[in-house]
Write a protein that binds this ligand. Structure first.
Ligand code: NCD
Ligand code: ZN
Length: 360
């Protein structure tokens, strides 16, 4: 049998990350460079402590992100507003008009990390959603119910039925991104929904199912929210990501927590995948024999949905094995050490990011 005739180099329009946690302080300084090394832009999650709920806070956070990167780095952080029960429609609209934030993030209160100040009843923020619908501002949803009576593995599917379907009926013109989808139910719902409904898919949900959290013992590095589901769901996500359907696009949900916060008696949810994100997606697309669809998923579907220009820069991947380190130790400018475990720690991935050429 002859070896498969793989391409050895792959040049893509530079991708964007439509969902990332860049954090703040020492962690921001430790992780921002990894995202900026691959992506031209990223949608930056607002779940800081305290959350980013005002135009002033988003402006200041955007400045801190830029300061954490080297001078002249062309990376563009796209900011988001954290919706609360009391955020004013006028504040949301002003930040959008002033091009400070490009979308709003809806966390059901209590659903995930730093979501306590999130929304307790979606109907109660109808005036904000009505304004967003009017001005074409996307709503990004963490789609899980918080009802403790609902099994954690069912929280996404139940959210779709109880919350998302009625929300889309109330606001038929609202652009909605169902973030980091994890189930076949979400894939089907998004695929059969209107064109103003889309979804992001993470690299980890393309690679792991829920067994990964329990392989030989408790594995906190594979714990994230929404939690990974059964194998049939992972396969449905792979089929969606590699289908070429423009409703599905790249969003890493890279969510770093220091090792101490992951490996504790109440370990934090979140997988840090930023350093090898595009390599991870490329591995999954190659396994699905769909490398020719990677560019659409990574670099075209997202900007088209958001109504933003496509990037003019490129990245080049080479089919050369790359070893992912077990640990990443980073120091911020003040010397504070941050100790992180990257996704794919200890594995070798088949595609290596060779060059990133920013556009003009
Ligand atoms: C995220 C975090 O740590 O901020 N965690 C995660 O598991 N994805 C929050 C989130 O996006 O749910
Ligand atoms: Zn997230």
């Amino acid at each position: 049998m002859t070896a498969p005739d793989f391409p050895r180099r792959l040049t893509l329009r530079q991708p964007d990350d439509w969902h990332v946690h860049l954090r703040d302080g020492a962690m921001l300084q430790a992780v921002a460079g990894a995202t900026a090394a691959q992506f031209a832009r990223a949608i930056v999650m607002p779940n800081l402590k305290p959350p980013v709920t005002s135009v002033a806070a988003a402006t200041a956070y955007r400045r801190r992100i830029r300061e954490a990167l080297s001078d002249g780095c062309p990376f563009q952080p796209l900011m988001t507003a954290y919706l609360t029960d009391t955020i004013e429609p006028a504040e949301v609209e002003r930040g959008f008009a002033e091009q400070v934030w490009v979308a709003c993030k809806l966390y059901p209160a209590g659903a995930t990390t730093n979501s306590a100040a999130g929304v307790s009843a979606i109907e109660a923020i109808t005036p904000v959603l009505a304004v967003m619908e009017l001005i074409g501002m996307p709503l990004l949803i963490h789609g899980e119910v918080v009802d403790p009576a609902v099994d954690i593995f069912d929280r996404e599917a139940v959210f779709i039925e109880r919350e998302l379907a009625p929300l889309l009926q109330r606001h038929p013109g609202l652009k909605v991104v169902l973030e980091h989808i994890t189930t076949a139910d979400a894939v089907d719902f998004v695929r059969s929904g209107p064109p103003n409904l889309a979804a992001t898919i993470t690299p980890h949900h393309l690679h792991i199912n829920r067994n990964a959290m329990f392989a030989g013992g408790l594995r906190p590095d594979f714990y994230c929210l929404p939690v990974a589901k059964r194998e049939l769901h992972r396969l449905a996500l792979r089929a969606a990501a590699t289908s070429g359907n423009p409703k599905f696009f790249l969003g890493t949900d890279s969510a770093p927590h220091g090792r101490g916060a992951k490996e504790s008696d109440c370990g934090c949810a979140g997988i840090f995948n930023a350093p090898f994100a595009i390599e991870s997606y490329a591995a999954a697309f190659e396994q699905e024999q769909a490398l020719e669809r990677l560019e659409g998923f990574a670099s075209e579907h997202g900007p088209r949905f958001y109504g933003l220009p496509l990037n003019s820069g490129t990245i080049t991947l080479e089919r050369q094995p790359v070893a992912v380190p077990q640990r990443l130790h980073r120091n911020d400018a003040a010397g504070t050490a941050v100790d992180l475990v990257p996704f794919h720690a200890g594995e070798t991935l088949p595609w290596r990011l060779a060059t990133t050429a920013a556009g003009t």
